[in-house]
Design a protein around this ligand. Structure first.
Ligand code: UT7
Length: 330
């Protein structure tokens, strides 16, 4: 039995935050943001919406499109760095409850922007080992809950959103998740970090006054490593599977910065029409960015069952990964 991506869904919150809006909040300009990142807009959840609410909306769509009944889902994995609760319960458990499912495996994983590809690899292992039949995987983030809207170097980048997919089984290789590679390098842990709130710097008034609960990023250094690492990683997975860019229908990279995507696509000879871009309208939604991009392409009518997607991702940890996946939503 091969693991297979049977459906996709996404949810975008309703409040648009444009570059022009950010000009009124920090010392920046629409021109700077667009030139350096390719971002125009991002969407922000309501104050009373949490990550599980976004995840729930995306999951409902993915389950409905899978044609499965809700009780046929036997595991939920939620990739997020902005869980509803700091330690417990997991966002996956909260989503399961919202969906009306209980007595199934449900847990969160933390791999920052690479979370969806990591979750995909766990779901693949669950299905191919026979341990589970249908796994709901989610990438969901309320990044606005950890972004410092006084820090112009980060607040212009991130948005909220969620994407979900149902991973089931198929006997056909041309419907399968062909291969996944995930990796990390903890020696770069300070490049993307929320320093406060964990066991190293527990919650305290001083920690909050120092703003250590906000996301911090060494943007320029991260950028360079992202381009080199992603290029190498994608080359490796293509070579290992004896494929070239010509065999790929759509290259769907993590949507952090148009310049990173453009540099990697050019090095790997992906023509523009094969490269899926959503960074302009959603910004960087961390673990949600790849499933939101897949969903966008599907809803535009561009992505069809049988198309071979190449996913690649990079984020805090540092973590990264790539995956070769046939889209198998009927
Ligand atoms: O998703 C996880 C992985 N994340 C990434 O891969 C993100 C990688 N990094 C990036 O996307 C880019 O590094 C950024 C978009 C974050 C920054 O672009 P950059 O071209 O690397 O700019 P920089 O950090 O080198 O800053 C250039 C200048 C600086 O001014 P000085 O020192 O040259 O005077 C910054 O202070 O731009 C300034 N700057 C800004 N100016 C206007 C930084 N942020 C802003 C801003 N508006 N929002």
């Amino acid at each position: 039995m091969h693991a297979s991506l049977k459906s996709i869904g996404a949810y975008v919150p309703s409040n648009k935050l444009s570059n022009k809006d950010l000009e009124k909040m920090v010392d920046t300009s629409d021109e700077w943001i667009y030139q350096r990142t390719g971002i125009k807009d991002r969407y922000i959840a309501n104050e009373d919406e949490s990550t599980s609410d976004l995840a729930y909306e995306a999951s409902k769509v993915a389950i409905q499109r899978s044609g499965l009944k809700i009780d046929e889902i036997d595991a939920i994995i939620c990739a997020t760095i902005t869980p509803d609760f700091f330690c417990m319960p997991s966002t996956a458990c909260v989503v399961a409850d919202k969906l009306g499912i209980s007595h199934i495996t449900a847990f969160d994983i933390s791999a920052a922007c690479s979370g969806f590809v990591y979750a995909l690899s766990i779901a693949k292992a669950f299905i191919e080992s026979g341990l589970k039949k249908n796994v709901l995987i989610i990438g969901a983030e309320k990044m606005s809950s950890i972004v410092d809207y006084k820090d112009r170097t980060t607040c212009i980048l991130f948005g909220d959103g969620a994407g979900a997919a149902v991973i089931g089984g198929s006997l056909k290789k041309e419907e399968s998740i062909v291969d996944i590679h995930t990796s990390s390098d903890g020696s770069y842990q300070n490049f993307l970090i929320t320093p406060g709130g964990g066991s190293k710097n527990p919650c305290s008034q001083k920690m909050l006054d120092d703003g250590l609960h906000y996301l911090k990023m060494k943007g320029n250094e991260t950028f360079k490593i992202a381009v080199n690492t992603l290029t190498k990683d994608v080359k490796n997975i293509l070579e290992k599977n004896e494929l070239s860019s010509d065999d790929i229908d759509f290259f769907i990279p993590h949507q952090a910065n148009f310049r990173i995507i453009d540099a990697v696509s050019k090095k790997l000879n992906f023509p523009n029409e094969k490269v899926v871009l959503t960074v302009e309208k959603y910004g960087n939604t961390s673990a949600a960015s790849i499933p939101m991009a897949i969903n966008d392409w599907y809803e535009k009518g561009r992505l069809k069952s049988g198309d071979l997607m190449l996913l690649d991702t990079f984020g805090g940890g540092l973590t990264w990964g790539s995956a070769l996946v046939y889209f198998n939503q009927k």
